[in-house]
Design a protein around this ligand. Sequence first.
Ligand code: 4AD
Ligand code: MG
Length: 436
Amino acid sequence: MSAPRVRISDIARHDGQTVSIAGWLYNIRRSGKICFPLLRDGSGIIQCVAVKANLPEELFEALKDLTQESSLIVTGKVRAEARAQGGFELDVESAEIIQRVSEADPYPITPKDHGIDFLMDHRHLWLRSKRQAAILRIRHEVIKSIRDYFDNQGFTLVDTPIFTPAACEGTTTLFEVNYFDEEKLYLTQSGQLYNEANAMALGKVYCFGPTFRAEKSKTRRHLTEFWMVEPEMAYADLEDVKALAEGLVVYCVGRVLENRKAELEVLERDVKKLESVKAPFPRMSYDDAVKVLQGKGSEITWGGDFGNTDETLLTQDSDRPILVDRYPSEIKAFYFQPDAENDKLALGVDVIAPEGYGEIIGGGQRIHDPELLLRRLKEHDLPPEAFNWYMDLRKYGTVPHGGFGMGVERFVAWMCGTEHIRECIAYPRMLYRTRP
Ligand code: 4AD
Ligand code: MG
């Protein structure tokens, strides 16, 4: 009878049993009559123990000389071993080598240090490293927790189109697409405008997909293609939006801490920093934020947008994210509802993460008045024809409403403590990076 095929992540349930694991050779240690292949299967890594005396000679020699990333299926007995990484080892009984990687053309990523350009050029292989696998698993946890958060509160997922005829976040960062003969379309910057229509149909909705920005910024926080989750609620104001955003962040951080301890450890993430992320987050108006920044030596003046350094300065003394609201309308998108007490201010909010990770969420309350919206479209030089359907939402039962967008990679970068956002998506698209 053949041994059951198991995954390394489930190995604890098979202590004492003979199982088989299908994977790749991560690394190997040899010492004469015994060798220790480290086998990875995508769910984890386990140390195997191959003893010459217990195996056919040919097999032992083949294992001993096996090259990095060769594919193989190992059968052996699971043994608890307190000193082993993961707590278990596998005593090899037999093995089938599927492909031996040739010495003449060895796996290019070795345990030594490689430069970032080399690693990015080999991104399709780099993903096999412990660190990259840990980041991808944390990303998976973040995405799943985002969905659970909204699903558990009665939001309906309604996805919005990628090809769009109009700009949502300003005309300077649009990627243009030739759409057959007739027209120019753009890759979406945000699903928000369609989300607003969906919220009028279903009350509470979210969309979750890739978004695109032709941003020429070469910073450690910018991608040209990134994933964004965007909730939108009918009959909601700025305070509702803030509460929803705070709740989302707290929930997702909690899930990562609960379910991804091992990955955080691989990344050497200081989890104490994440454990202090609890509600309530400090709240601050843009006015006050400018004063705080000036007090800390920033050159910002009222009316200016925060740069990366400003965001870092602002959260410097905070152990959790900060909510900043009521920005000058001038520096915000066309759709923000003005503050009833000062119409130069937009009812928008940004959530700024600590430790220098910057803005992770942007959103607010939308204009619900048709005349004001029309005026804003004109002020922003946006063609009203392209927004006819959007204007309809203000004609047929308009209500106060709002929502936000959270960038998945920004959030993951913060969770993982990565230096740069490029490691937080499998195949990053940036100003100078479109391959592989
Ligand atoms: O602040 P932004 O531009 O807001 C919107 O797009 C709204 N329409 C969302 C809404 O209200 N439904 O983007 C939202 C978030 C940012 O806070 C950031 O986390 C992320 O998207 N983001 C980026 N992430 C990576 N690279 C970029 N170039 C990003 N631009 C924005
Ligand atoms: Mg923003």
